[in-house]
Design a protein around this ligand. Structure first.
Ligand SMILES: [Zn+2]
Length: 180
């Protein structure tokens, strides 16, 4: 696949005609703040759990998992993969903020399923610099969930690895399937 981004045309520097999506965020936030009530919640997640999930726009974690505000740490990235930075967040989650359980959630139709590490080579050819990160592409969804669970369970930085479970979320049915 090509990784060439859309280039703005020279005269596209002028201000866009209508409000951008971020302008809409700012307006929506003003409305939100009108009825916002500070629940006085602690930074420590009530359910003592951290969820690592893909950034996929179809995955509404709070609704899908029955979570309430304040219940969980949610760590999201492309694929929901366990990278060094995911381990960084999980370590802080457990050691500084009291979580003990970890749920890993990948999903059907993930954008990473179609990619390969060629993505990095193409990127390097285009920009003249090889990214330091791995794409973490995968072809075996279940296998990748197992790999992620293994990375968490073997991390020397995490004190609590006895309640680590992995799932595949089906974007068509909304159901989780546990991976063992
Ligand atoms: Zn995904």
């Amino acid at each position: 696949m090509t990784v060439t981004p859309d280039r703005p045309t020279p005269n596209a520097a002028a201000a866009p005609a209508g409000p951008t999506i971020i302008d809409r965020f700012v307006a929506a936030n003003r409305d939100y703040a009108v009825t916002f009530q500070d629940g006085g919640m602690d930074a420590r997640p009530v359910q003592k759990i951290a969820v690592v999930a893909c950034m996929d726009a179809r995955l509404d974690l709070f609704a899908a998992l029955g979570l309430e505000l304040g219940d969980a740490h949610v760590i999201r990235n492309a694929g929901g993969v366990v990278t060094d930075d995911t381990i960084r967040s999980l370590t802080i989650s457990q050691r500084a903020l009291g979580t003990r359980s970890i749920a890993l959630i990948h999903h059907t139709g993930c954008g990473l399923l179609g990619l390969t590490e060629d993505f990095r080579r193409e990127l390097e050819l285009e920009v003249g610099q090889r990214p330091q990160w791995a794409v973490e592409a995968f072809v075996d969804l279940d296998g990748d969930v197992r790999q992620s669970m293994q990375r968490v369970r073997t991390s020397p930085f995490l004190p609590h690895t006895d309640d680590v479970r992995g799932f595949v979320f089906d974007v068509h049915t909304g159901l989780l399937r546990e991976i063992h």
